[in-house]
Structures are given as C-alpha cells and as structure tokens.
Ligand binder design. Structure first.
Ligand code: HOC
Length: 382
C-alpha cells in the first residue's frame, strides 16, 4: 500500500525510512538541543492569516520576480551541502526539477556536483553559494568559475564563523574525533562506487565537485571534514564582504543575518539582498527563529533590498506567511532533500508542485490574486 506524498512530512517520513541514519540525521538535525530548529517551524505555525471572502480571485497567479529574475512562485531551493549524497547526481536532478517548475536552484560550495556540472545540465543558470575560505585566491577562482559557467547570483553565507555543534553528526561518527568503527565503514560504503549513493561520474569520481582544484581526489567524508577544518575562515568581517563585492559583478545575497544592524551592514556593503537565516537551526542554538526576526530586518533595510528567509518553511502557507511579512521570497532546504532522497528529480518536482498549489489556494482564500498583493494587513494579529 503506497500513498502518494502530498506534504513535506510525507516526504520526510519516507526519507527517514529509506536513508542510512547518518545521512537522514545530517539533513534533519540541528545544533545542540535543536531548540532553534524547532522554533523555526513552530513560530511559522503561530502566524495566522486572515480569511477574506467575496473578492474576485479568478485571476490568481503565483508568479513573481526574484532579484529581477522571473519565477513561478516566491521560492528558491536553498544550498545544501552534500545534496548529491541523497540521490545520484542529486544536485543536477534537483536543478532540473527547479527549472521545470520555474524557480531558482542554488548549488552549494560543499555540493557533490560542481556548479559547472549543474549549469551544463540545465538551460537556466543556478545560483551559487559560497563561504569565505582562508585561501582568497581559491575564492576568486571559484567566483570566476561560477561566472564563466553562467551563474549570475551569488549567495554568500556569513553565519558559519565556526561550525555549530551538530550532535547527531557526532553521535553518528560523521563529525568530530570518531572516524572509527561502524560509522566509518558505513561512510566508506556510502561513498564508494556501486552503492546507491554513488557519486562518481564517467569513471572520475569526485566527492566535492566545486573543490576539485583544491581537495585533490576527494572521495569520502574525510575530505569534507578536512576541508572545513582547514579552510573555513573565522576571521571574516564586513571588510571581507566589501572585498567580495568588488570581486563579483553579479547579484549578491548575504545569507545568515538575523539582526537589523547586520542586515543594514550587508546592504551597505552593496548586497542586493539578504537572507534572514539561522542556518536552519544548525549553528547557534537557542537563537530566535528566522520568521520572528523577518519583520525587523525588512523594516531596517528598506524596499531597495530584497529580503529572503530560510528556516522552518514546510508548506506553501509558510511561503505566504513570509511574503505577507515582507519577504521577497523564501529559500527552502530540508524538504527538497527529503523529496530527492525519496524520488529523485520527480520527487523534487512533485514537492514544488505541492508548494505551488498550496500558495495558489492560500492566495485565493485570503482574497488576493497575486503574491504582490500580500502584505501585513493579511496577518491576523488579534
Ligand atoms: C560541520 C559542517 O552549510 C551545513 C552546511 C555545511 C557546513 C559545513 C560545516 O551542513 O550546514
């Protein structure tokens, strides 16, 4: 008896069943006690929309633009490290689904598939996400490479000065001192050719595609761990973001601000937009949910700066809630990983169709025809 997935939680349940524990946990988990992870979702559920009736909603459309680029809804796929572990050439499959549905896909620095591979497989160039690395020449190289492959939107992550304490990964032996025993064997199996999560391409396996110039022959999770330890730069300040702004001719989104002051600083460095984010509850636990911080950031940066949000988006209703509170769009992360794990490209496409249907219905039942009409008056604050 098999039930067609119709919600994110349907996909999550199935993903939990079909994935090795360490992989499910890597995606699903957060930092420390996972309080922020829970708050991200719980705070969305507390936001009530207004039910408004007797408006002509026969011309409903979910279309919008994100950083000037047409999109079929105010949603983009968030960057997720190692997404290609969840299905063969996973990032490519998800990028193809995004293209079919008409929304942006974001390739992660830590992706299995490089931005080149993703852009070569689609007609719409993906967005690219980058961290500041100690080796600035390599940062420049990656920027140039992304630009040459067609990417014009860079998401720069600023909330990872040091990795948060993802305790599930420690328990599973994925991060930290323990690379021994059963967990380590499982990781080797998972990353070796022939396994369902085979990451090889045309006989030339590379586990971290974007890093092939830096991490020679990366082939397992040890490469991931060593790269993070040796290259993530905790000394980064806004000065480095100004440097980055000079290096990148395309659109720049700064991801990982929660406070109004930080959002203003990002804008003042010349970013076209910011992403209100606590890294999906994977960094500083006990920090406030993204959605609770959104209104203050929107008010702080003004209308010229596009504000995005991630963390806790589990339905089209959450997208509508965020846009009504002033977001230009949302970045959705874990749900697409679950859908990818369950059914590859078709799963991600189906998930996006679910989101689009939910948004369309929510627009109509709040009495508007478009996402542009959403505003704070549609939030029931009583
Ligand atoms: C300990 C892992 O953004 C994530 C990614 C990659 C972070 C690298 C540090 O897993 O949240």
């Amino acid at each position: 008896f098999s039930v067609v997935p119709v919600t994110v939680s349907d996909y999550e349940r199935r993903a939990r069943r079909c994935l090795p524990r360490f992989l499910y946990d890597y995606a699903a988990g957060g930092a420390n006690n996972e309080e922020t992870l829970s708050a991200n979702c719980a705070d969305f559920s507390k936001i009530r929309l207004r039910q408004r009736v007797m408006y002509d909603v026969s011309r409903g459309s979910t279309d919008t633009t994100l950083l000037g680029q047409p999109a079929s809804m105010p949603l983009a796929l968030a960057p997720v490290g190692m997404a290609g572990m969840y299905a063969r050439r996973g990032e490519v499959q998800a990028a193809k689904a995004s293209e079919t549905v008409g929304i942006p896909f974001t390739g992660s620095t830590m992706g299995v598939c490089s931005i080149n591979e993703i852009n070569a497989a689609t007609n719409t160039a993906a967005w690219f996400q980058l961290y500041m690395l100690r080796d600035r020449d390599f940062v420049q190289e990656m920027l140039q490479n992304a630009w040459d492959s067609g990417t014009r939107t860079l998401i720069f992550t600023v909330d990872l000065a040091v990795p948060g304490l993802r305790l599930r990964d420690f328990r599973n032996g994925m991060i930290g001192g323990g690379w021994m025993g059963k967990a380590s064997q499982m990781l080797q199996l998972a990353t070796s050719p022939g396994w369902a999560y085979d990451v090889g391409i045309r006989g030339k396996p590379h586990f971290l595609g974007n890093l092939s110039g830096k991490v020679k022959d990366a082939k397992d999770l040890n490469s991931y761990k060593s790269f993070v330890e040796s290259q993530f730069d905790p000394s980064v300040t806004w000065e480095d973001i100004r440097w980055l702004r000079d290096q990148w001719k395309g659109q720049l989104l700064i991801k990982g601000v929660l406070e109004a002051d930080d959002a203003r600083a990002a804008r003042d460095c010349g970013a076209e937009g910011v992403v209100v984010s606590n890294h999906g509850g994977r960094q500083l636990d006990a920090v406030a949910s993204s959605i609770s911080k959104l209104p203050a950031v929107v008010d702080a940066v003004g209308s010229e700066t596009e504000v995005f949000i991630d963390g806790g988006i589990r339905s089209g209703l959450d997208v509508v809630r965020a846009v009504a509170l002033g977001a230009r769009g949302v970045l959705m992360g874990r749900p697409w990983i679950y859908a990818l794990a369950v059914n590859g490209e078709a799963g991600v496409r189906n998930l996006l169709e679910i989101f689009q249907r939910e948004i369309a219905i929510a627009l109509a039942l709040t009495g508007v025809n478009s996402v542009q009409e959403l505003n704070r008056e549609l939030i029931d604050s009583e």
